[in-house]
Design a binder for this molecule. Structure first.
Ligand SMILES: *[C@@H]1O[C@H](CO)[C@@H](O)[C@H](O)[C@H]1NC(C)=O
Length: 599
C-alpha cells in the first residue's frame, strides 16, 4: 500500500524562543515518519510543503506561519503509468492510500488515486466531498487539501481497512500529525487510530489565526457524519448495514450433513458464491506487471492456512487469474519453544486438557515429529492437505505453497520492529498476530515442486496479499455464537452478530495493514467488501449458521455448503483456528493472557 504523512505546525521565522523548543523534536520525527512511510510505497516518494501566514490582526509581536507538510509514497498497483504522490492540481493536494473497487469507473489503464482526485477537484462543499466517499467501495485512507475552501479533509473507509493514525496537538507536542504508521514509541507524539465514523475537516483559515495549535484544532475541526444524501439510485458504501433480525421458524430443520443443499438455501448458496466471486475478481484483476521480467512470477498471494476461508478465496482467485500465472500460498510456521518443551516433557506447566487434545497426534509421535520437523504446526498440516485438494480441483495451475519457517531466534530478533509497526496496538495478542502476519506476508520461505521433491528457497514477490478475514464475523464462525445461543436463543445470536460487525472498524485491520504494508505489499479482504458485507447482513441468521449443529457444520454453514458446491470437500469441513495458534506464534514461552499489555 501507499504511505501517507501529514503535519501542521506553527513556525516563526524570527522567534528563537518557544517555537524552537519543540522544533528540533518535530524535525526529527518528521524525518523518521517519512522514512517509515517510504517502506510502504517503494515505487515513488514525494513531499510538498505549503505555508499559510496568520492574518495581521491575529499576529502578536512576531509573525507566525502555519507550515503544512504533505508526504506520500506510492506502491503501484493500478494503472499503466507510474504515479507520483501527492497528487497536486490547481493547488489542491491529495495523499491517497487506497483502492476503489466499485462506485467509480476506472479502466485497467487508469489509476484510482488520479481518478478520485480529478473528481475531488470539481467539488465545492463538505457535503459533496462526504457524498463522493459514500459512493465508492474499497479500502482507503486519505488527506486532502481543498484550495477553494482552504480546508483540510481526512478519513478512512467505513470498515477501517487502511491505517491512519492521528496525533492531536498537546502543550508539549503542539502539532497535528497524520500518518499511516508510527515510528515506534516516542515522547514527541501520541498516536491513536483515527476513527472511521466520520470524515474530518479542518478549516485552515481559522487554524492559522488561532492562539495555539491545541486550541485552534479544537475550534476548526468538524466531524462530518457519513450521511444518506447520496441520490437514491446510487449504491451507498457509507457503513456496514444492519443484521437481518428475522427470527427463524420454530420447526427449522437441522442439517445433518453438508452433502445436500436444502431447498430453502439453494438461492442463498448461489448468491454467496456470486457475491464472493465478484469481490475476488475486482480485487485480483488489473494488477500491473511492475517489473518487466516477472514472467512466471505470481502477482497474487494468499495468506493460506488451509482453512475454509482462505481456501474458498484461493479457488475463486484461480478463476480470475490467467492460467499461466502461478499463485503463491503463504503458509507460516513458528518454532515455539514452549510447545516443543511440552511435547518433550509431557505437560509440566499444566496445560489444560482441552488444548492438549487438540494436538493432531498422540504425545509419542509428536515428540518424534517435533524433533525432525518443528514446523509441522496445525496450519501446515491443513495447508498441505488443502494444497492436494486444490491440485485436484484446479488442474493446470501452478501453486507455490510457500513454507515460511520461522526459527525462534528470528522471531525474537524481529520483535522490536514488529512492535513498532503494530503501535498503538501493544498487547500480547497484538504481538503474536502481528508476528504471524509480518513473516507470512514477507513471503521468504521454500517451495517443493512436488510433494517428494527437495525444498528450494523461494521468495514471494506478489504485491497483493489476499486474506480471509471477516468471514467469522459475517457468517457466524465463532464459538461464542453457540454459547450465546444456549443462554439467549436466536435473538442473542442476532445481536452478537450485529455487535461483531459494528466492531470491525475498531478491531485490528489498521494494525494488520501497518504490519503487512511494511514489506511494500498490500492486503486485500474479499469478505470485507461493503457489497459482500451488506449482502450477508441482509440474509436471515439461520441461513448463515445453525448453533444447534456440531462444530464443523453449523458454524458458517452457508459457506460450508458453498465450498462443497464448488468441489472443495476437504475445506468444507475445516474447523476454525486463529492464525496465532495455527502457526504457533502465540505463547512462545510464558502463559500470559492475550489481552495483557507488553512490558
Ligand atoms: C430478512 O430476511 C427475510 C427473509 O429472507 C427477507 O424477506 C427480508 O427482506 C430481510 N430483511 C432485511 C432487512 O433485509
Amino acid at each position: 500500500m501507499c504511505g501517507i504523512f501529514f503535519s501542521a505546525i506553527f513556525t516563526s521565522p524570527n522567534d528563537c524562543g518557544l517555537v524552537a523548543q519543540y522544533q528540533d523534536a518535530f524535525s526529527t520525527i518528521s524525518l523518521e515518519l517519512r522514512k517509515i512511510n517510504a517502506a510502504r510505497g517503494p515505487d515513488a516518494q514525494q513531499m510538498h510543503i505549503m505555508s499559510l501566514a496568520s492574518s495581521s490582526e491575529a499576529r502578536d509581536a512576531v509573525s507566525r506561519i502555519l507550515d503544512l507538510e504533505f508526504y506520500a509514497s506510492e506502491l503501484r498497483l493500478r494503472g499503466q503509468f507510474p504515479v507520483v504522490q501527492p497528487h497536486i492540481r490547481d493547488e489542491n493536494i491529495l495523499c491517497w492510500n487506497g483502492e476503489i473497487f466499485e462506485g467509480l469507473e476506472i479502466s485497467s489503464q487508469e489509476n484510482d488515486g488520479c481518478k478520485i482526485f480529478e473528481v475531488l477537484c470539481t467539488l465545492q462543499t463538505p457535503e459533496q466531498i462526504r457524498d463522493l466517499f459514500s459512493s465508492i467501495e474499497g479500502p482507503y485512507a486519505f488527506v486532502f487539501y481543498h484550495k477553494p475552501s482552504c480546508r483540510l479533509y481526512f478519513g478512512r473507509d467505513p470498515l477501517g481497512r487502511r491505517s491512519l493514525l492521528i496525533h492531536k496537538p498537546s502543550t508539549e507536542a503542539p502539532y497535528l500529525l497524520l500518518s499511516s504508521v508510527s515510528a515506534g514509541a516516542n515522547p514527541a507524539y501520541d498516536f491513536a487510530e483515527l476513527s472511521t465514523e466520520h470524515i474530518y475537516s479542518v478549516d485552515l483559515t481559522l487554524l492559522k489565526d488561532a492562539p495555539s495549535m491545541e486550541n485552534g484544532l479544537h475550534s476548526s475541526l468538524t466531524r462530518i457524519t457519513r450521511g444518506p444524501t447520496v441520490p437514491h439510485h446510487m449504491k451507498r458504501f457509507d457503513k456496514a448495514g444492519m443484521v437481518n433480525a428475522t427470527i427463524p421458524p420454530d420447526d427449522l430443520t437441522i442439517l445433518h450433513s453438508l452433502d445436500r443443499v436444502p431447498d430453502h438455501l439453494l438461492k442463498a448458496v448461489d448468491d454467496l458464491i456470486a457475491n464472493l466471486d465478484s469481490s475476488v475478481m475486482l480485487q485480483v484483476r488489473d494488477i500491473p506487471d511492475t517489473t518487466m521480467k516477472r514472467e512466471g512470477k505470481a502477482r497474487v498471494a494468499v495468506l493460506f492456512s488451509g482453512g475454509i476461508d482462505s481456501t474458498i478465496l484461493t479457488f475463486l482467485a484461480h478463476r480470475h487469474i490467467p492460467m499461466d500465472e502461478p499463485i503463491d500460498l503463504l503458509n507460516v510456521a513458528f518454532e515455539n519453544p514452549r510447545k516443543i518443551r511440552i511435547q518433550k516433557e509431557g505437560n509440566p506447566g499444566g496445560v489444560p486438557k482441552r488444548i492438549r487434545n487438540s494436538q493432531p497426534h498422540c504425545k509419542e509421535s509428536l515428540q518424534e515429529t517435533s524433533e525432525k520437523v518443528p514446523y509441522l504446526v496445525p496450519d501446515r498440516v491443513t495447508g498441505l492437505k488443502e494444497l492436494e485438494e486444490l491440485r485436484r480441483v484446479c488442474p493446470g495451475r501452478v501453486w507455490n505453497f510457500v513454507e515460511i519457517n520461522v526459527p525462534y531466534a528470528e522471531s525474537q530478533a524481529a520483535r522490536s520492529v514488529v512492535e513498532s509497526l503494530m503501535a498503538p496496538g501493544r498487547t500480547v495478542m497484538d504481538l503474536s498476530l502481528a508476528l504471524a502476519l509480518y513473516f507470512a506476508s514477507r513471503g521468504i520461505g521454500q517451495v517443493k515442486v512436488d510433494p517428494k521433491a527437495d525444498p528450494v528457497p523461494y521468495t514471494s514477490e506478489a504485491r497483493v496479499v489476499i486474506s480471509g478475514l471477516g468471514s467469522d464475523e459475517l457468517l457466524g464462525g465463532y464459538g461464542r455464537h453457540r454459547s450465546v445461543f444456549k443462554t439467549g436463543g436466536w435473538p442473542a445470536v442476532i445481536s452478537e452478530l450485529q455487535e461483531e460487525i459494528d466492531r470491525i472498524p475498531t478491531r485490528n485491520l489498521g494494525r494488520d495493514d501497518r504490519v503487512i504494508s511494511s514489506h511494500g505489499k498490500e492486503t486485500r479482504h474479499p469478505f470485507l467488501s461493503l457489497s459482500v458485507v451488506s449482502f450477508l447482513s441482509a440474509l436471515p441468521v439461520h441461513f448463515k449458521m445453525d448453533p444447534r449443529m456440531e462444530v464443523g457444520i453449523g458454524d458458517k454453514m452457508l459457506l460450508r455448503l458453498a465450498s462443497r458446491k464448488l468441489g472443495l470437500i476437504e475445506a468444507s469441513g475445516q474447523k476454525k483456528r486463529a492464525m496465532q495458534f495455527g502457526s504457533h506464534s502465540a505463547r512462545m514461552e510464558g502463559e500470559k493472557r492475550g489481552d495483557v499489555e507488553l512490558e
